[in-house]
Design a protein around this ligand. Structure first.
Ligand SMILES: NC(=O)c1ccc[n+]([C@@H]2O[C@H](COP(=O)([O-])OP(=O)(O)OC[C@H]3O[C@@H](n4cnc5c(N)ncnc54)[C@H](O)[C@@H]3O)[C@@H](O)[C@H]2O)c1
Length: 321
């Protein structure tokens, strides 16, 4: 197939592009490099079936021209991360809603399949676990910027499902804490890269909050496998949790990284207000119900956390030297 990947120079996108090329597809990568890195595509940049386009999804003409060439679009380009959400809400809202709208409008003209990258953040602070794809969204007030990323991604999903009603094949994948090589913490402070960088440089590993909050981490190869499977026409018009159902507390994650890196770092706790400013709310737990992903996409995460952390640490050791 001919496939466009927006945000393809980012963490998940660059792994997805490699996998799609391995599978024999012809791939166009569109990325404005605001958080992506051309080096992440080094191994494929001269590939005969790959074309890199340095531009923004906000540029309608570019998107329309690219969409005309392809059968399917993976729309991953987005501004993300808790830090961006609280510090740059306008950037998060405008990029994530306007960009998706342009992608969907262009795809509709071409009748090209769209896979939209969404997030477990859409469930907000719902305490009913695990999250099924039709679970409620429970959010704080719009005056709290913390919820703007969740809301923008939910609008993207609404747009996607509205186009699905008009006959466009659209599938939504909701990622749960993907991690692995090439996840950099520079702009959005992902917890795994933040802990690994601190551990490898013997700086304090800072656990925000009391560390009892849990998350389900998903190694990048599993995230990509679920994303690739979303091209299946049986997935059209549906959302899927692409994550793991094995929770770990953030404190235990810090201890595991400390042990696996043989670090001399201390483990410190930092109040949320100090990390993200006053009024910040975190979710105590987030667990994916994988029934639908398993039944329709045959998705089942296979990389255990310790194995994934070892691979990620090895990549950081190389990239920090
Ligand atoms: N990493 C996770 O755990 C996670 C969890 C939930 C959802 N997601 C979603 O998955 C997708 C990929 O996330 P990621 O972790 O790879 O992040 P990332 O920041 O590494 O990748 C996003 C890419 O989009 C590019 N981009 C941003 N704005 C753009 C624009 N206007 N035009 C073109 N390119 C633009 C960035 O340069 C970057 O390369 C995003 O849509 C994100 O919301 C990720």
């Amino acid at each position: 197939m001919k496939i466009l990947v927006t945000g393809g120079a980012g963490f998940i996108g660059s792994h997805l592009v490699s996998r799609l090329l391995q599978l024999g597809h012809q791939v166009w990568t569109l990325d404005d490099l605001s958080n992506g890195h051309q080096e992440f595509l080094e191994h494929v940049i001269t590939h005969e079936r790959h074309t890199f386009v340095h531009d923004s999804v906000m540029h309608r003409k570019t998107v329309e021209q690219l969409v005309q060439k392809v059968d399917a679009i993976y729309h991953l380009a987005a501004v993300l991360g808790v830090k961006n959400t609280v510090e740059n809400p306008l950037k998060v809202i405008e990029n994530n809603i306007d960009g998706t709208r342009i992608v969907l409008e262009s795809a509709y003209k071409k009748r090209a399949k769209v896979v939209l990258a969404s997030t477990s953040e859409v469930y907000g602070k719902n305490e009913k676990l695990p999250f099924k794809e039709d679970s409620d969204r429970v959010l704080g007030p719009p005056s709290t910027h913390r919820w703007c990323y969740s809301t923008a991604k939910a609008i993207d999903e609404h747009l996607g499902f509205a186009y699905a009603d008009k006959g466009l094949p659209v599938t939504v994948v909701r990622y749960f804490n993907a991690y692995g090589p090439r996840q950099t913490s520079s702009q959005y402070g992902g917890v795994v890269p933040r802990f690994i960088k601190a551990a490898l440089t013997d700086r304090p590993i800072e656990v925000y909050g009391d560390g009892t909050q849990t998350r389900c981490f998903t190694f990048i190869s599993d995230t990509v496998a679920g994303t690739v499977a979303a091209l299946n026409p049986k997935a059209d018009g549906l959302a899927f949790n692409i994550g793991s159902d094995q929770p770990i507390t953030i404190r235990d994650l810090a201890l595991a990284i400390h042990r696996l890196t043989d670090s001399a770092s201390t483990i410190a706790t930092v109040p949320y207000e100090q990390a993200y400013g006053p009024g910040y709310e975190d979710m105590q737990a987030r667990i994916a119900d994988l029934t639908r992903s398993q039944n329709i996409l045959q998705y089942r995460p296979s990389v255990a956390l310790e194995e994934g952390l070892r691979k990620t640490i090895a990549w950081y050791r190389k990239s920090l030297t």
